[in-house]
Design a protein around this ligand. Structure first.
Ligand code: GZL
Length: 343
């Protein structure tokens, strides 16, 4: 009897020892990280950055319009720091600097890259690198030329620059009563905004305004200083100038200075039409020194970041998100309108 009891006791002890050493199959014992010396858990992985990370390669600070766009983008990011991380680069008007900035954003592994291409060409290589890195690209306020594969960017958020040129021609034709001599101050050579505004203006004039001659057209690079210089040279070269079409308002403000220094009345002796709708243009129109500005809104941050968030979430977007702009002739410009402008 004693032998049977001892055997049963031994068996119970063996079974008890076996139960202590086993683990349920679905909960494997944590592998000891230091050869079983201690059982401290492995460090928790860093939390994934759930913010929307956007790289923005800005052209520079050539105009009041560009500054308004930069302020809008930076202000949006500053008031949404809990959900947005903005990496901003200023290329100082140089394409090679924009390309360098885009490459740095690729290295960082941002979610989306947004930038206004300073000129239409020369983007294939870096846009291909973005595509290979799986980073969607948003073109902002300017485009790339039609010969470049438009599959290399996801969407463009911009105004219709051809429309702007056409509206400027319609306004100029009205201001001149269908006849006269005009000169043209072009934007940055090769920039889509300049190419397309010229296309819209010149083609409308050729098709509808046989009494108006475009005597000269030269770039002022979208800057006030160069706009003034080129207008000074036009005034020295041509005895009769009835109107000037400026591809942006900053060049129009420079032209106004040159016209005054030549002893003429801007807005009266020489009609002035610009594009952008910056505050300085509205103030010049109120003062009777400018006659029209065709709006091209730089307030694009909401659209940029909303679109970037959709792209990060894998949603599809339109190929061109076109801004809604208006034409402001003197009859539409009052103190209240100027006070209410967002830029
Ligand atoms: C237009 C933008 C142009 C503005 C200029 O979308 O690209 O660049 O008209 C600015 O004022 O320099």
């Amino acid at each position: 009897m004693k032998k049977i009891f001892a055997l049963l006791l031994t068996l119970a002890m063996v079974l008890a020892l076996a139960a202590c050493g086993s683990q349920p199959a679905n909960d494997p014992a944590p592998a000891p990280s230091d050869g079983g010396q201690t059982d401290t858990p492995a460090p928790a992985p860093a939390p994934e950055n759930t913010k929307l990370v956007v790289g923005f390669a800005q052209i520079g600070q050539e105009s009041g319009w560009r500054d308004a766009e930069t302020n809008d983008v930076q202000w949006y990011a500053a008031r949404n720091t809990d959900t947005v991380e903005l990496h901003f680069a200023d290329a100082q008007q140089k394409q090679e600097n924009q390309i360098k900035a885009i490459r740095s954003f690729i290295e960082m592994g941002v979610d989306v890259i947004a930038f206004p291409p300073v000129v239409e060409t020369g983007w294939e290589a870096v846009l291909t690198e973005c595509q290979e890195a799986g980073i969607p690209v948003i073109l902002v306020d300017r485009g790339i030329d039609a010969n470049t594969d438009d599959g290399l960017y996801t969407t463009m958020i911009a105004s219709d620059h051809v429309w702007a040129g056409e509206q400027a021609a319609i306004a100029m034709n009205d201001l001149l009563g269908g006849s006269g001599v005009v000169v043209e101050l072009e934007g940055t050579v090769g920039a889509s905004a300049a190419v397309q505004r010229k296309q819209g203006f010149d083609e409308y004039m050729a098709a509808n305004c046989s009494g108006i001659e475009i005597a000269a057209s030269q770039t002022g690079d979208f800057t006030r200083a160069q706009g003034k210089e080129v207008m000074e040279s036009f005034l020295k070269t041509y005895d009769k100038i009835d109107g000037v079409f400026c591809h942006n308002d900053d060049m129009a403000l420079g032209a106004i200075e040159a016209i005054k220094e030549a002893g003429l009345k801007p807005g009266v002796d020489i009609k002035i039409v610009g594009v952008d709708g910056v505050k300085g243009a509205f103030e010049a129109i109120l003062a009777g020194e400018m006659n029209c500005t065709v709006e091209c809104t730089p307030i694009l941050a909401n659209q940029i970041f909303d679109t970037a968030a959709k792209l990060k979430a894998g949603e599809s977007v339109e190929k061109w998100v076109m801004s809604a702009d208006e034409v402001y002739t003197a009859d539409r410009v009052t103190e209240d309108v100027v006070a209410g402008r967002a830029y």
